[in-house]
Design a protein around this ligand. Sequence first.
Ligand code: CA
Length: 172
Amino acid sequence: MSLKKSAAVLAALALAGGAAQAVVVDTFGTLTATTALKYGSVSLPTFLVNDDFTFSLSAASTVQSNVVTAYGSITPAFYGIYKAGPDATFGTPDDIPVVGHTFSGVSSPQFDTLAAGNYSFKLFGLNAAPVSVYAIAASATALPVPEPETYALLAAGLGVIGFVASRRRRDY
Ligand SMILES: [Ca+2]
């Protein structure tokens, strides 16, 4: 089964079970540059993993995340980053998907640039073993904020380019 098909199957399963409100399993709190780990487990084969891990960003950041199966097998699996939406509550229909990552068994670190705000990692997957344990690792690095001098330099640079361009037009 291709990744796209796997994601479609998972999305259908998630919708089928969507009547039940998603339960916030755990929270990272405010993500920082220090990598934080959260664990989840599932103990029934073919049972759908549907876990939420909320986090917040105090500034626009690059978020690094990865889901690793520590024991057993959760495959196929999908995790997305969602915003809480206008009602500020996770697990309700107005949640806004920001980005999604699919993996089968083994995943690789993902990097997403996000604005300041409240988010949730939403993990969907099928347990393919009697017992599976997974870990989600996440950290955030604030994006550099340009200093006023940087803007002044940029404006000066653009001015010089404009001056040179106008001189060239006059020369020809
Ligand atoms: Ca919501």
